[in-house]
Design a protein around this ligand. Structure first.
Ligand SMILES: [Zn+2]
Ligand SMILES: [Zn+2]
Length: 342
């Protein structure tokens, strides 16, 4: 199975293509001028994978960095099934207009499915289970799982908006290879999902991590899932902040962290080495500052994040049924194979 983590500038878009060719796309990228940028990048990954349609599209939640490219993408490639958590719960003119008017027209010639935890999405060659949706989380553990989670005792609650906790979260297995993508699921939902008992068990690969921001990624989930590899869909100044990086870098059993982008919020103090990072910025600094940058207060007065207008590179994961997987950075060709643990 090939997995493409696509650069959508701090949004999310991940394409799964098992050997059957039945594809699943999680999210369609960020809001961008005309929304063509990210749709084009997703199409490039689909072409590289040799597919001519998206069989299942999951929109994790109604934030513009997750559905931003959908209108344009639907013009470029057929989408057979649209999957989501249900109505938008964080009122705003853009998502409200999209969910009420644009979206129903897009799925008029396809199927539309609202999922809940425990649902499976039938994909030939994969086992795909929904573990969170619409603020609900998986309560029945997978067979043989449900053991006490030791990290719950030190859990600290987080802040969140209304839509991130609604995220559709997925647990995916391909033979012995296991991975999780939880959209932008927040700390409080991580706790509900993973405490007091861990219903999922451990994974080889942890995907997304809410762009690597600190309103998600508590040890109750990162440590307990015990990933060998994590890939964060961060932006140039979104995610990769010290709190998140401390959690990921100290996660038991983690072999490597890969990133979509350099992040100014890491500084050399917390960043992963550049060979594990797929995308840089247009204006290169002579050196990476040691100290992480403080994220500016969001709002109209915030300075713009550093731009990335050059080639957008993906990170590609090629997984084997036996559990081994190879991660490749399309920017520099750097590649590393993680042999099956069993
Ligand atoms: Zn980029
Ligand atoms: Zn997001």
């Amino acid at each position: 199975m090939d997995i493409y983590v696509i650069d959508v500038e701090g949004g999310n878009s991940v394409l799964f293509v098992p050997p059957s060719g039945e594809s699943v796309l999680i999210d369609t990228g960020n809001v961008a001028p005309g929304n063509v940028r990210d749709a084009g990048r997703i199409l490039a990954a689909a072409k590289d994978a040799g597919i001519t349609r998206i069989d299942h599209l999951i929109i994790t939640h109604w934030h513009g960095d997750h559905f931003g490219g959908l209108t344009e993408l639907a013009k470029l490639i057929p989408i057979k099934q649209f999957i989501d958590h249900g109505p938008n719960v964080q009122p705003g003119p853009v998502p409200d207009e999209f969910v009420q008017k644009t979206y129903p027209a897009l799925y008029a010639d396809a199927t539309h499915r609202v999922v809940k935890p425990g649902d499976t999405i039938p994909v030939a060659g994969l086992n795909w289970v929904v573990v969170s949706s619409a603020g609900e989380v998986l309560k029945t553990p997978f067979r043989g799982e449900g053991k006490h989670n030791p990290y719950c005792a030190s859990y600290k609650p987080g802040e969140n908006n209304a839509e991130d906790p609604q995220s559709v979260g997925s647990y995916i297995t391909f033979g012995k290879f296991r991975t999780v993508h939880l959209g932008d699921l927040t700390k409080n939902k991580e706790f509900e999902l993973m405490c007091p008992n861990n219903p999922i068990g451990t994974v080889d690969l942890l995907l997304g991590l809410h762009h690597g921001v600190s309103s998600s990624n508590s040890p109750v989930i990162v440590y307990a899932l015990h990933p060998r590899v994590a890939i964060i869909n961060n932006g140039t100044r979104k995610g990769g902040d010290p709190e998140t990086m401390q959690t990921i870098h100290s996660s038991p059993g983690l072999e490597d962290l890969w990133q979509m982008h350099f992040s100014l919020l890491s500084g050399q103090e917390y960043t992963t080495p550049g060979m594990f990072i797929a995308n840089t910025i247009d204006d290169q600094q002579p050196s990476m500052p040691i100290q992480p940058m403080e994220a500016p207060t969001p709002g109209p007065g915030a300075p713009p994040a550093p731009q990335h207008n050059g080639t957008a590179y993906w990170i590609k994961v090629s997984a084997q049924q036996g559990g081994a997987f190879t991660v490749t950075n399309a920017r520099n060709g750097f590649s590393k194979t993680y042999q099956s643990g069993e």
